[in-house]
Design a protein around this ligand. Structure first.
Ligand SMILES: [Zn+2]
Length: 384
């Protein structure tokens, strides 16, 4: 199959190429060459498939996810997770990292997709999130207390088939009673979990909004900080020293605040999101300017933050962080893919043919990502 691009962004920060043909065989990009002769598909612009490093498949954007999850039987959660995985793919997200859910649902979907029984994006799944007893996200969590219990919980997720581990370092917005600014798991608990996970070549993500928790998690050895909204100078130094990634999830608080008045969200969710959003606007741009590796992830599934709207995160990265459109695209493809570790997220010979056909030059107008003309995963057209 030959796909012709008027302009090609390969996911890197290299200058885009004009009038290029991608030769695709067996789901893999074989060659990039100057356009010429016949082709099977043609588009004004081609980019890699998007990579969402933070998407909760069981949540569908309900105004009160905690109550929704608690009220929903596992079979219904499974069904919704399948629907959300397929929505993501049709909207151009060809890879996601599922940072914590219940009942190993995302793990089962990952396997079914890999076996060809279901269509869906590539999935890297964390299994249950690991939180302190009563901590943020306990309703989709394995509660841990103490370093040995942390190790055991990592071993349990690995046994269930998880690819990566998710720790809860601070409170969060969506859990009743959790305070986003306050630290939760102890540094020594997270250090034990990181050590155990890294022994098995599993990467570790930490949900961390408050300053103390961000720094505890970085010192404990996590590979990425999710949210990171209250980071300070010392945290920036720790990012530089450890090489950890930041997944800023800009869409999550933005959607909650946008629907504050008529959304039907619990009062505590709106109040906490407003607070978090203020810190986010001040701090995350500094992280980008300081050279922290920013990986795209939207926290899809949180209130009004839909799985088929990942383009909004890319657009917000440009708008709120001061990235160029190409830098935002790079964060939502190559950098996010590098963090997840399934593939490189770039369109180069030897890489999976995960790509979007777009009507306009994404480097000039990222809103074209909202409606890709076609989505291919491993050379197969999604939703066709
Ligand atoms: Zn999340």
């Amino acid at each position: 199959m030959i796909v012709r691009a008027g302009i090609l962004y390969d996911g890197s920060l290299n200058a885009p190429r004009k009038n290029v043909d991608l030769l695709i065989e067996d789901g893999v990009v074989r060659e990039l060459r100057d356009a010429g002769g016949k082709c099977d598909h043609e588009a004004a612009c081609v980019t890699p498939g998007l990579v969402n490093a933070h998407a909760h498949l069981e949540m569908s954007g309900e105004p009160d996810p905690m109550s929704a999850i608690l009220a929903m039987p596992p079979l219904e959660r499974m069904l919704r997770a399948v629907e959300n995985a397929q929505k993501s793919l049709r909207a151009g997200v060809t890879t996601i990292r599922e940072p914590g859910g219940s009942e190993a649902i995302a793990i089962r979907i990952r396997d079914a997709v890999n076996e060809g029984r279901l269509t869906g994006p590539r999935i890297s799944a964390a299994g249950f999130i690991l939180c302190m007893t009563g901590g943020h996200g306990w309703f989709i969590g394995r509660e841990i207390d103490g370093p040995w219990d942390a190790r055991k919980a990592v071993r349990e997720q690995r046994k269930a088939g998880a690819d990566c581990i998710k720790l809860i370092a601070t409170g969060g917005v969506l859990t009743k009673g959790a305070v986003p600014g306050l630290a939760q798991l102890l540094e020594e608990e997270m250090r034990a979990a990181c050590d155990e996970a890294h022994r098995h070549h599993m990467r570790v993500a930490a949900h961390a909004i408050g300053t103390q928790g961000i720094k505890d998690a970085l010192r404990a050895g996590v590979d990425s900080i999710e949210h990171g909204h209250m980071l300070d100078d010392e945290a920036l130094e720790l990012f530089a020293r450890t090489g950890a990634y930041l997944v800023p999830t800009l869409t999550a608080p933005t959607c909650i605040v946008e629907h504050a008045e008529k959304g039907g969200q619990p009062e505590y969710v709106v109040r906490k999101a407003r607070e978090v959003s203020e810190h986010m606007l001040k701090n995350i741009r500094r992280a980008f300017e300081a050279g922290v590796k920013i990986a795209g992830g939207s926290d899809a599934g949180t209130p009004f933050n839909y799985h088929d709207a990942y383009a909004e995160e890319v657009i917000l990265m440009q708008k709120l962080l001061g990235m160029t459109a190409q830098q935002a695209l790079h964060a939502a493809t190559a950098t996010a893919a590098e963090l997840i570790g399934l593939h490189r997220g770039v369109l180069e010979a030897g890489e999976p043919a995960d790509l979007l056909l777009l009507d306009r030059d994404a480097g000039k107008d990222l809103t074209t990502l909202r409606a890709p003309r076609a989505v291919f995963k491993a050379g197969i057209r999604a939703g066709a």
